[in-house]
Design a protein around this ligand. Sequence first.
Ligand code: LMR
Length: 398
Amino acid sequence: MLFDSISPAPADAILGLTEAFKNDSNPNKINLGVGVYMNDEGVTPILSSVKKAEARLLEEELSKGYLPISGSKGYAAGIQDLLLGNDHALVTSGRIQSAHTPGGTGGLRVGGEFLKKFKPEATLWVSNPTWANHQGIFAAAGFPIQEYPYYDAASMGLDFDGMMEALSKVPSGDCVLLHVCCHNPTGVDPSSEQWSQIADLAEKAGWFPFFDFAYQGFGESVEADREPLKLFAERGLEFVVAASFSKNFGLYSERTGSFSLVAGTPEAAEAAFSHVKTTIRVMYSNPPRHGGSLVEVVLSDADLRREWLGELEEMRNRIHDLRTQLVEGLHQRGVDRDFSFIARQKGMFSFSGLTKDQVNVLRDAYSIYVVGSGRINVAGIRSANLDPLCDAVAAVLR
Ligand code: LMR
């Protein structure tokens, strides 16, 4: 029998933790594993702007007919407005083309499959560390994967020199995956000046930038977070972007993301994009409508858009406050180690510096679930569990 001979696959490094958390009977368990925003009641809320858009859709939606292969034109326009702004030259000239994909993961995989066709010999370079799923996605698309240095454990910051040195040696034609903001898992981003240098290097070295943009609006703001893309655009470079509305619209289960490509001319963009469509057609035919329609309604209505931006700001500020409270909580418990870096990191995650053993103790003795790399989802902390969390972390550090 075929299936009798198959041994189980290892649990997913992130989503596997959610399963383990669900099976834990401790009433005081805390899930800081998967990157999902929770409010102070421990709920991942549906944004009010999204709820209103949903009510409108319920009234106005007339058909469940298929979307075009790359999704609706309105959704693509919304994506480009967020990525660059409606008035950006790449948008007005038609040098950017965008497809609706099932989540950011779908955008990455579509991008991987598409690029593999035209860059069969290329290696894909990822930061060390990177999101636990990146390697799997691009390996599945057939890319050999290599790492470039990124995180400096000593300073709890960016190893910019190491990164630049490695990227200066990446062969022209290889692909380099860059996190636009709120680097997952470290929360450490290059400064604007460093981004300019990275863009200069891309131009000089000739490697192909592949951006992952899953946390737009969780760093500084929708506009500030997209600045790296504009720096690459200013240099006239070709690049691609996979983006996600899971976090900034709270549309996790609606699988609402995108893949965009930027070419040197509108004609080149259109020709290349026709291959994105053939790639999508054989993977999932066309995208799921609901999440994309919600984004489209919110972004095209001035009131809903304003409300959404306010809700996004509220999520961003709450995470920032939690970071400060976590640092203070650990300090108050006499933890010697300087954890002030947690307050400087951006986005949902903090790369805590906890070892694998300490992470295991947190799980086994305290039912606190943290990714094996020591990554904490700060957005999963609540006032009600901040004290027990600080107590437990202080205890494992002793
Ligand atoms: C995460 O890093 O926790 C999120 O991007 C969710 C996921 O799919 O892993």
